[in-house]
Design a binder for this molecule. Structure first.
Ligand SMILES: NC(=O)c1ccc[n+]([C@@H]2O[C@H](COP(=O)([O-])OP(=O)(O)OC[C@H]3O[C@@H](n4cnc5c(N)ncnc54)[C@H](O)[C@@H]3O)[C@@H](O)[C@H]2O)c1
Length: 391
């Protein structure tokens, strides 16, 4: 099957590589000729590096590059069986592009969007034959990150969901099925990782370095929240939080923070500007964390229990299966373990007690315990029947 990729920025280039690596001919188009040239150079560099590292032969790399057709004309998509759109995150522009595509491709061509924050159902609403429209959310960098969220719109035919999932699975990706809701799985469940860490800092319990130390050394996360926000960019991370919060009709659980907003406004975006929560200039020393184990464990548990609450609520609201919720966080953002598995290990009763204690303290909706956890605690249930049950 010929695959079309629309937009040759960071995501489009990566997705084109993934599809070509899986043996497909790929048509890659961008309205900006400079972006196409940049994608070409980037792909050549990436493939050369893979050859140097012994990950593929020179012939394989040439084969992959040869299967990607860099085009300057949208009509080149006419024989594609699947087109994945990865252009600018703007609903009207995306709708317009799918409108143009519908005139070019056959009615059997699956149309997909890689959007991170827009409603799949809303884009589908402007597509002719919306039953063939679906969300496929890759993570950055697409060739490296194994997870892909598959998001059917209200209108999507179940056969199309299955076809898209099977195809992307066959590319060596790990797919999870998720309802069309803001943030899908990963960007929704991960919000407290940032938000609760900032809140702990704002309340004066610990500084950035101490919170990061606790989360990595004691919590087992690969990066602390502040190092990660500096890595992602405070502008980008703030925008995702704000978009999820607005999409949930200002649910206080997702409320963005002034601390991050001010950093963004100051241009302290993180690594890319040399300063964020931490200073990345040449002679800046590393701030020393306060390695107090008791405080560290309190920090980790307060953030983790908020993450668990999000995961439990997502399961309660049937956003995804428990297996997919856990897989998404382990594979999508490399959490040390799935959040529901973590809840079982800590004990559901302890999760409820901690959340109730926080709620009693603050009387804020943000700390309300998910009915899922409360019901389970009452009935003595666990998410998994036994520790060995595989996700
Ligand atoms: N960057 C990420 O981490 C990430 C992760 C997952 C999903 N996404 C989503 O993927 C999409 C693309 O993100 P990105 O980071 O690759 O953006 P990007 O800015 O790197 O690339 C977007 C490309 O689309 C092109 N473009 C814009 N309008 C176009 C049009 N009408 N027709 C053809 N090409 C057009 C631009 O010239 C640009 O090259 C967005 O919807 C984003 O939300 C991004």
């Amino acid at each position: 099957m010929q695959i079309g990729v629309l937009g040759s920025g960071a995501m489009g280039t990566g997705i084109a590589q993934v599809a070509a690596q899986a043996g497909h001919d790929v048509i890659l188009f961008d309205k900006n000729p400079t972006a196409i040239e940049r994608a070409k150079q980037k792909l050549l560099k990436v493939l050369n590096r893979l050859v140097e590292k012994g990950k593929m032969t020179d012939a394989e790399a040439k084969g992959i590059f040869g299967r990607i057709y860099f085009v300057d004309n949208i009509y080149a998509y006419k024989d594609c069986g699947l087109i994945i759109e990865a252009i600018i995150e703007n609903l009207d522009i995306k709708k317009d592009v799918f409108d143009q595509l519908a005139d070019i491709v056959s009615k059997d061509c699956i149309l997909a969007s890689n959007t991170s924050s827009l409603s799949i159902t809303s884009i589908a609403g402007s597509v002719i034959h919306p039953e063939r429209f679906i969300g496929v959310h890759f993570f950055n960098p697409a060739p490296v990150m194994k997870l892909v969220e598959i998001i059917p719109a209200m209108q999507t035919a179940s056969s199309i969901t299955q076809q898209a999932r099977d195809l992307i699975d066959s590319w060596g990706k790990l797919t999870v099925l998720v309802k069309d809701t803001p943030g899908f799985i990963v960007n929704r469940l991960a919000r407290p990782f940032y938000g609760e860490a900032i809140r702990i800092y704002e309340e004066g319990f610990a500084d950035f370095a101490t919170i990061d130390w606790a989360m990595t050394e004691l919590g087992g996360f690969r990066m602390g929240p502040f190092t990660l926000m500096d890595f992602i960019g405070n502008d980008v991370n703030y925008a995702v939080t704000e978009s999820v919060w607005k999409s949930f009709y200002h649910d206080p659980r997702y409320k963005p923070s002034f601390t991050q907003k001010r950093l963004s406004e100051a241009g302290w975006l993180g690594r890319k500007t040399g300063k964020g929560y931490f200073d990345y200039s040449e002679n800046a020393g590393e701030p020393a964390p306060k390695k107090d184990k008791e405080l560290g464990e309190q920090i980790v548990w307060r953030i983790v229990v908020m993450l668990i609450n999000e995961a439990a609520d997502a399961l309660y609201l049937k956003i995804a299966s428990k297996e997919d919720l856990d897989l998404a966080m382990e594979k999508g953002v490399n959490y040390p373990k799935g959040l529901l598995r973590w809840a079982d290990e800590k004990g559901i009763v302890q999760c409820v007690e901690t959340l109730d204690r926080l709620f009693d303290e603050y009387h804020e909706e943000r700390y309300r315990c998910s009915p899922m956890l409360r019901n389970m605690a009452r009935e003595g249930k666990k998410f998994y029947l036994n520790a060995a049950e595989k996700v």
